[in-house]
Design a protein around this ligand. Structure first.
Ligand code: SF4
Length: 351
């Protein structure tokens, strides 16, 4: 299958654009803000300029399925909730450690194969309702490059009392975040490194733009959880770990931070898997900086995937990978969460 051709057939005019002279347009969907000449494509390759109009993908998925919300990962949202996840094709980043490179980088690699299934937003909602999913998540590839279509899905989802989320690299523009409001409830952001050179040379992005998205989304009242895949010699030095933890804590010590272990993949097959010593060190640094909810992933982590009361230490949620083995958070008068022992508020959307 020629994915570029197939993608181009399933597109619609994008309102996230600005027109200039000579049929040139600027895409406003992500912080790259590509200036795209007539007949050319943006960095993500899935959005293109045809006769001075910007077109963006819609009406297909490369994969769709039901997962527990913990798998995204979101640990402070409706524990155990069934979640409909859908993904498309393409990405605005070029991470050499991408675990989904066969879908994210397919437009640059004609030898990659992926599924391409046409689907309408109401069919996605029907599937979610049939499966009793409480949340719909755009994930697997980068959602920021298809926000127009996600908004169509999210509006229908909201009408059916289904919450909506992105699992994203955090490169949404301010315009895109405003465009998605108030239909984007939860945002999981991948903070890949705190080194500007790593972002610009290895990934092809600017660190400051991801940091701005985290700050903006928090101010907009979107529930945020942050994930960092720890890769030895890329983002595991004390300087970066301290800076990342400090940055998150300065916004709010209530934001959960998931530190996950890298396993060799894609262009980094020679880089060793991240060991438990590194994960534990990052975990301790995050705690020292005052973060209340820090979690370890992709590793035999015992108690590092549980939630404890930050005030009295009571065990509140015991997890085993993606399953909830014990849940001990009580609703307060406003149906937010509190510790059953000391009544301290526990940040999240628990009920
Ligand atoms: S989504 Fe981002 S990368 Fe893609 S065309 Fe728009 S600005 Fe460029």
């Amino acid at each position: 299958m020629n994915f570029k051709e197939e993608l181009d057939k399933n597109t619609a005019l994008s309102p996230l654009s600005k027109k200039y002279e000579n049929l040139t347009i600027r895409c406003l969907a992500c912080a790259h803000k590509c200036l795209i000449k007539n007949t050319e494509r943006g960095i993500c390759k899935v959005r293109f300029n045809k006769a001075g109009e910007l077109y963006a993908p819609k009406n297909y998925v490369s994969s769709i399925g039901i997962d527990p919300i913990e798998k995204k990962p979101f640990f402070h949202i409706m524990p155990g909730a069934k979640t409909l996840s859908y993904g498309m094709l393409g990405c605005n980043f070029k991470c050499p450690f991408c675990q989904n490179h066969t879908i994210s980088q397919i437009l640059d690699n004609s030898e990659y194969q992926a599924s391409f299934n046409k689907i309408e937003p109401d069919e996605i909602i029907k599937y979610a309702l049939n499966q009793k999913a409480k949340i719909i998540v755009s994930t697997y590839n980068e959602p920021a490059i298809t926000s127009e279509w996600s908004l169509e899905i999210f509006k229908l989802a909201s009408e059916n009392k289904i919450k909506c989320a992105y699992v994203s690299n955090g490169y949404e523009s301010e315009e895109a975040l405003n465009f998605l409001q108030p239909n984007l409830d939860f945002l999981n952001i991948d903070l890949k490194t705190f080194n500007s050179e790593n972002y610009s040379h290895v990934i092809g992005a600017k660190l400051e733009n991801i940091l701005k998205t985290i700050e903006r989304a928090y101010k907009m009242g979107i529930w945020i959880e942050i994930v960092t895949l720890l890769i030895k010699d890329f983002n595991t030095d004390d300087n970066q770990l301290n800076s990342m933890a400090e940055f998150i804590a300065n916004i709010s010590t209530d934001i959960p931070w998931h530190i996950t272990a890298f396993h060799p993949s894609y262009k980094m097959m020679d880089t060793p898997a991240t060991n438990q010593i590194i994960i534990k060190r990052a975990f301790n640094i995050a705690k020292e900086k005052g973060l209340k909810y820090v979690y370890a992933g992709n590793i035999q982590s015992s108690d590092m995937e549980n939630t404890y009361c930050p005030n009295c230490g009571e065990l509140l949620v015991k997890r085993n990978y993606y399953s909830i083995e014990y849940f001990n958070i009580k609703p307060d008068l406003k149906k937010a969460g509190k510790c059953p022992k000391c009544s301290s508020p526990i940040a999240g959307i628990w009920f």
